[in-house]
Design a binder for this molecule. Structure first.
Ligand code: TXA
Ligand code: MG
Length: 315
């Protein structure tokens, strides 16, 4: 349900309808396997500006460019053999590669915020792939939430976040539930700029080399990772084994709670539930959330990253 049904925009019922909105240079939200994206034609600066305006996103924070297939991705980014190997193994899927902008790429400069690199991925969602193919151009898409708020994993959360003012192509709940893992490929070096829906260890196995960490002092960062982010309205206390007075417990495994991220301690399930449960606790008017400890292995790295950001002082 939208909170503003009387003035809400009409959602595109089909991929062709959503493609028509995007081809006209307007924004439209669409599903991916990670979270819903707020899409716009990545070759059209007016469309990209509309994304920044709709989200209230700072202009220095570049966007991910979503492609339908490798041929489209190669028109945007310059792939080294290592980048190709990672794309072969993990695309379509929750991996974003930061690569040099391809010579002659028809990308709006605003997408990259003036950097000479571009973040590119092929999402693993049939509607996303059909939509990009129908538009025939790469789509710039940040998560479809107002800047600083929780990422949406359902169409209803997108409608609520933008008060019904953004058209949404509904593809059901997202299967991965946390954003893509972002890897910068610098020659033979791999640097993880954001933990996400693909575990670091899986990337290391395919690459046959370690994946390093972002080094803010060397300027190797995803600009969007610097600020506090992914915030619910409630405060968060992490690593909790029980709720204190006034807190609502978000459990994991054997540590019980009002809601439980995964009763069986399954990290995929916990990732899929994370934003949905934080949204649900916000919806219930919760003011303080105590969160059970989550192991740091595999997808636990991304889950702990999002929880730490949500718990950080708000800027
Ligand atoms: O799963 C996802 O990645 C979702 C779905 C919609 O695909 N998208 C998403 O986009 O999370 P967004 O805009 O919320 O996050 C993009 C991140 C930001 O932290 C941004 O700073 C970083 O990618 N980024 C984009 N281009 C970059 C570049 N050229 N160099 C370094 N970081 C970049
Ligand atoms: Mg986001």
């Amino acid at each position: 349900m939208t909170s503003n049904a009387a003035t809400a925009v009409i959602d595109p019922p089909t991929v062709a309808d959503a493609a028509a909105i995007l081809r006209a240079g307007r924004v439209c939200a669409f599903p991916t396997e990670t979270v819903y994206g707020l899409g716009g034609d990545a070759t059209d600066s007016d469309a990209v500006l509309a994304i920044y305006q709709t989200k209230g996103r700072p202009r220095f924070n570049p966007l991910i460019v979503h492609c339908a297939d490798r041929a489209m991705a190669e028109q945007v980014a310059d792939f080294s053999p290592l980048a190709h190997a990672l794309a072969d193994a993990f695309w379509p899927g929750p991996l974003t590669l930061v690569l040099p902008v391809a010579p002659g790429a028809r990308l709006s400069d605003i997408v990259t915020a003036g950097l000479n690199t571009v973040a590119v991925r092929i999402p693993a969602h049939p509607l996303a792939l059909a939509l990009i193919a129908a538009v025939g151009r790469p789509l710039a898409a940040p998560s479809a939430n107002p800047s600083g708020k929780l990422s949406p994993t359902t169409a209803a959360q997108v409608r609520d976040g933008f008060e019904g003012q953004v058209p949404v192509l509904d593809g059901g709940p997202c299967s991965a539930g946390v954003e893509s893992t972002i890897i910068a490929v610098n020659g033979n070096n791999l640097v993880q700029l954001r933990a996400g829906g693909l575990a670091r260890s899986a990337i290391e196995r395919v690459a046959g080399r370690p994946v390093g960490d972002a080094q803010p002092e060397a300027g190797i960062v995803a600009p969007g990772m610097l600020a506090s982010h992914y915030a619910p309205n409630a405060t968060l206390r992490l690593g909790a084994t029980e709720a204190r007075p006034g807190e609502t417990m978000l459990g994991f495994g054997a540590i019980a709670g009002t809601l439980n991220l995964s009763l069986t301690s399954d990290l995929h399930e916990a990732a899929r539930n994370l934003f949905a449960m934080l949204h649900e606790l916000d919806r219930r008017g919760t003011t303080a959330i105590a969160v059970a400890p989550i192991p740091f292995e595999g997808l636990g790295e991304a889950i702990n990253d999002r929880l730490q950001r949500a718990a950080a002082p708000r800027s």
